[in-house]
Each structure stands twice: as structure tokens, then as C-alpha cells.
Design a protein around this ligand. Structure first.
Ligand SMILES: Nc1ncnc2c1ncn2[C@@H]1O[C@H](COP(=O)(O)OP(=O)(O)OP(=O)(O)O)[C@@H](O)[C@H]1O
Length: 314
């Protein structure tokens, strides 16, 4: 499939799955990219979503005979839905590769793939960027449902923040809403530690983020050795959960030195089990998808993606 799309010669035929509410509506960027794609000769069908779930259904219905590429236009949540629609583990069939048009607040996957927010650059990557295999993660939660993630899955502090963040405030403040919720969560009761088992070895942590890529919450460095095209998950273990250390971790993340901070450790692995207080939430790619206990594993070469030459690729 990769070769056929690159050797076809003709402009890529696109199916654009568009979340009009992403990032508090970045309509101008969206329209500028579509205009540039038209300039570059790409024929396209645009399918706007009307609510949660649509993006996944549109992706699952995509037909490689009609479209050469799916373009997920939205934030990391929309991209996650599209990825879950494209990767059907029970009934594998040929589906078009995925490109992204970042319109969200954090756009972590765009950062991994080396995409900027300049419309012309985004359009050029969609129209002509190389197609590569990337690895994904799979989380099976307490409800038995499988959810796929491209970036990360987290339990503990960050999942509680994602779970409780005020979505109306997010529309107004963007990332600032997460800062407000983080401060609120710091003042709340600290739950018992998580037990994280990585390829058979057990660890204890206040929080864990299982990362498939390098970045977190934008372009902040979390797991420097992680690469999307390598089949290995990086379990980032936060030993402490008290307010002082949580604040210290947040400052270190901002400064780029979290990976060498005291009480932070990265353990790589393929199979990861997270246990702890029953019913505690698990976030994947920035949305709550299930609850612990959860089993996570790496899915090698699970998806074809259009990329620039980003830092998140080996
Ligand atoms: N038309 C729609 N109306 C309301 N919600 C939608 C619609 N389409 C998709 N959604 C939901 O919006 C949620 C958030 O979307 P998305 O993550 O793309 O944007 P964002 O939250 O602004 O960006 P980021 O993830 O970078 O913070 C998704 O989980 C998706 O289910």
C-alpha cells in the first residue's frame, strides 16, 4: 500500500474527517490548509463530525479504492478516534494510511511527526509526505474493552486531571484549564499507590504514563528515547504524589529536565499491567477511555502514517 500511494504519480485523493469543535474551532487554519491542498491538486471529500464517535465510524467505513489517505483534522482526541476506527484488530482489512491536520490545543502527535502549524507546510506533508509504519499501544481495561492509543496512556494524577477538567473552561483557557484542574487535584486526597508490572517486574508509583512517543502536553519532553516507529513502550513512573513533588515534576516538565528528576524513572517494556484503587480512570491520548485494572501492550507496525521527518521517528 505504501508503494502504491507513493508510485501512483497522481495527486492523493483525500477523505478529510473534521472535528469543527477541536481547539475551540481553528476554522481559519483548517480552511487555509484545504485551499493549499486544492492548489496542490488533491481531490477531497470532507466529512465533519457532529459529536463524539463520528470520527471513528467515518474512519472504519473508509475504502482504500476510493481514497488514498484519511486526513484526521482535529486534536489528539479526534485523531485517537480515527486511529481506533482504522485499526480493527478483529477484522483486519486494507484501509488508507493516515495523515493529520492538527487543530487541537496540544497537538502532541503533530509534534512527534515533525508537523508545524503553518498551513502550507501541513498541506505539503499531506500531499507528498512519506508514508511510514508506526507502532501503537493497546489498553484493555476493567470493562474488557480494547482501546488503541498512538501517544500515551496514563493512570494516577494526569488521568484524574483529564477526568475532572472543566470542558467549558478548556474552550476559554485552552491548556490553562488543565493547570487550574491540576491545582485543584493537588489539594485533594491522595489515593493509594499504583502497582505497575512491566514485563513481569513489579514497581510502585503514585502515577504512571505509558508513552509511545517522546512528548507530553505539547512539545514537553517526557520519554526522550521513545520513537513511534519502534515497538517498545516507555513506562514513566512518578514515585511521589504529594503536592510539593507534583509541582516539582510539573516545573521539571516545563524546563525539559523531567527525565533526570528525582523520583522519576522510565522502564521500557512490551506488556504492562496497572492495578490500584478499583475504578480509577485511565486516560489515552488525552481522553478518559477506561478504568483500572488495565493491561497495556505494544502493537508493532500497526498503522501507516504520513510523516514529516519528526523527532518522534527513529
Ligand atoms: N462535532 C463535535 N462536537 C462535539 N464534540 C466532538 C465533535 N467531534 C468530535 N468531538 C469530540 O471532541 C473531543 C475533543 O476533540 P479533540 O481532542 O480533537 O479537540 P481538543 O480537545 O480541542 O484538542 P486536544 O486533544 O489537543 O486538547 C473528542 O474526544 C471527540 O470525541
Amino acid at each position: 500500500m505504501t508503494d502504491s500511494i507513493q508510485n501512483r504519480g497522481a495527486a492523493r485523493r483525500l477523505l478529510v474527517i473534521y472535528n469543527p469543535t477541536a481547539g475551540g474551532s481553528r476554522r481559519r487554519r483548517f480552511e487555509a490548509v484545504l485551499a493549499d491542498l486544492t492548489d496542490l491538486g488533491c481531490p477531497m471529500d470532507v466529512r465533519p463530525t457532529t459529536g463524539p464517535g463520528d470520527a471513528g465510524h467515518f474512519a472504519a467505513e473508509a475504502d482504500a479504492a476510493e481514497h488514498d489517505l484519511i486526513v484526521a483534522a482535529g486534536g489528539d482526541g479526534t485523531i485517537n478516534e480515527v486511529v481506533n476506527g482504522l485499526v480493527d484488530l478483529t477484522e483486519p482489512r486494507v484501509r488508507p494510511p493516515l495523515a493529520i491536520l492538527p487543530l487541537g490545543t496540544a497537538n502532541v502527535l503533530a509534534a512527534e511527526l515533525g508537523l508545524q502549524t503553518v498551513p502550507r507546510q501541513i498541506a505539503e506533508v499531506i500531499a507528498g509526505g512519506a508514508v511510514r509504519s508506526v507502532c501503537l499501544g493497546q489498553a484493555r481495561g476493567a470493562d474488557g474493552q480494547v482501546r488503541i492509543f498512538s501517544l500515551m496512556a496514563g493512570a494516577g494524577f494526569d488521568a484524574r486531571v483529564v477526568d475532572a477538567v472543566d470542558l467549558r473552561l478548556k474552550r476559554i483557557l485552552g491548556k490553562g484549564a488543565y493547570v487550574v484542574e491540576s491545582l485543584r487535584q493537588m489539594c485533594r486526597r491522595q489515593p493509594p499507590p499504583l502497582r505497575v508490572t512491566i514485563d513481569g517486574r513489579a514497581y510502585e508509583a503514585a502515577s504512571v504514563v505509558v508513552s509511545n512517543g517522546r512528548f507530553y502536553a505539547g512539545r514537553f519532553l517526557l520519554a526522550p528515547e521513545a520513537r513511534l516507529d519502534e515497538p517498545c513502550l516507555h513506562a514513566c513512573l512518578f514515585r511521589y504524589g504529594d503536592p510539593f513533588n507534583t509541582l516539582r515534576y510539573a516545573v521539571a516538565l516545563q524546563r525539559g529536565n523531567l527525565p533526570v528528576s528525582r523520583g522519576f524513572k522510565i522502564v521500557t517494556g512490551q506488556d504492562i499491567r496497572i492495578e490500584g484503587e478499583a475504578g480509577a480512570p485511565l486516560q489515552a491520548d488525552g481522553d478518559i477511555v477506561t478504568h483500572i485494572p488495565v493491561s497495556i501492550r505494544s502493537l508493532p507496525d500497526a498503522l501507516q502514517m504520513v510523516t514529516a521527518s519528526g523527532p518522534g521517528l527513529a
